[in-house]
Ligand binder design. Structure first.
Ligand code: AMP
Length: 403
């Protein structure tokens, strides 16, 4: 039973074909530079066959044709015909207040996703292009499912999601905290409960998704109580190139002083801030760690700030839940930077966190496990995330419902 998982961006399309009988990835790949010259298509199978080519892709339908051809190709293919794909699951970033769970895609659903374009101008229009391209290539008979980044956070109470601005803006424009990386927080929190041998409703968990984009979520009794990302994925703490939260006056001050347009200011906050902006070195934590080792002062500051802000949010969320049973690190940085994890854990001794440096050093490159010792009152885990698998599982369960 094969499910195709699609993550369509404005100029890229990532895919994974997952065999749901054992949840293994059969093939995966990416189309890059869609709509530009010198597009890049690469495809890999689980048994090591590969195809990579430079080819112009006029639009997402063009890109989807390449995916289809690769999947059924005589050399690098993994299925005989498209009939072997039972359903397609799409990642959709913004589900607004309308979508609290994954849904079968109908014309009404496409229209609803489109109506949220204003809240996710870079993402939702691209997802719709991906859905349309899929319909063009696979036909409309193959069920398609939308899985929303925001859905897992839909249990947040109003005290967490209403911003401290006039209420009319919430009513007029639905301006509120939505939260993102929901599929990742869902996957790792459920896996954490499994590892602890407890059900979600017995646990208070703080999940730290630390990647290029980062967010931290407080999950109590299986429900999201609060999360760091807000109306957009810019809120929270410092990321690769994004600022995270700051005094709103900083924005108006810089715009006035430098005579910037809203787009220019948006670029500064989204693309030139965070680790890159503070260090002046790179947005990549690996480069920062290297520069720290060479004594680069601004890289040291950037790393100290990152650790400090993570510690601050963990403390805030532990307070908000009146305790915490487990903390999870995931995503590129969370799964691989033993240094950042160790520094964070050292500042959490007041919570009863006793880290095990040996275990911490071992949990890299996709390894899953505990990094605290047996006498730690809070258990800290590294759990590799798998957002594609969440999308495939949700797609499978919706398929079951409609059949
Ligand atoms: P993601 O967005 O989850 O793909 O994470 C990508 C980010 O993870 C990169 O930009 C790096 O900052 C970080 N990362 C990946 N590998 C390592 C590593 N070995 N050490 C530190 N950070 C890493």
């Amino acid at each position: 039973m094969n499910i195709l998982v699609i993550n369509a961006g404005s100029s890229s399309l990532k895919y994974q074909l997952i065999d749901m009988t054992d949840e293994s990835v059969v093939a995966k790949g990416i189309c890059e530079r869609i709509g530009m010259d010198d597009g890049i298509f690469s495809h890999k199978t689980a048994d090591g066959r590969e195809k990579s080519l430079t080819v112009d892709m006029k639009d997402h339908t063009n890109a989807f044709e390449l995916v289809k051809d690769a999947l059924i190709d005589s050399q690098v293919g993994v299925i005989k015909s498209l009939d072997e794909v039972v359903a397609v699951g799409h990642r959709v970033v913004q589900g607004g207040s309308q979508f609290s769970k994954s849904v079968l895609i109908t014309e009404d659903v496409v229209n609803a996703i489109e109506s949220l374009n204003m809240l996710a101008p870079l993402h939702n229009p691209a997802h719709i292009q991906g859905i349309r391209a899929c319909q063009n290539v696979f036909g409309t008979k193959v069920p398609q499912v939308a899985v929303f980044d925001t859905a897992f956070h839909s249990t947040m109470p109003p005290k967490s999601y209403i911003f401290t601005i006039p209420y009319e803006y919430y009513e007029k424009y639905q301006i509120r905290r939505y939260g993102f990386h929901g599929t990742s927080h869902k996957f790792v929190s459920h896996r954490c409960a499994e590892l602890m041998g407890k059900s979600m409703d017995q646990l208070k968990i703080i999940t730290c998704h630390l990647g290029n984009g980062s967010s931290i979520t407080a999950i109590q009794d299986g429900h999201v109580l609060d999360t760091t990302m807000g109306l957009t994925p810019l809120d929270g703490f410092m990321m690769g190139t994004r600022s995270g939260a700051l005094d709103p006056s900083v924005v108006t001050f810089i715009m006035q002083q430098e005579n910037l347009t809203t787009q220019e200011m948006d670029d500064i906050l989204n693309k030139k801030s965070g680790l890159l902006g503070v260090s002046g070195v790179s947005s990549d934590a690996r480069d920062i760690e290297q520069a720290v080792a060479q004594g680069n002062k601004r890289a040291i500051l950037a790393q100290e700030m990152l650790v400090y802000q993570i510690v601050k949010y963990i403390g805030a969320f532990a307070a908000a839940m009146n305790g915490v049973d487990a903390i999870v690190f995931t995503a590129g940085l969370g799964e691989n930077s033993a240094a950042v994890r160790q520094q964070v854990c050292e500042s959490l001794q007041y919570l009863g966190v006793v880290s095990d440096n040996n275990l911490n050093e071992q949990m890299i490159r996709g390894k899953e496990g505990k990094i605290t010792s047996a006498d730690s009152t809070v258990t800290v885990y590294v759990i590799p995330t798998n957002e594609e698998l969440v999308i495939a599982r949700d797609t499978k369960s919706i398929l079951k419902e409609i059949n």
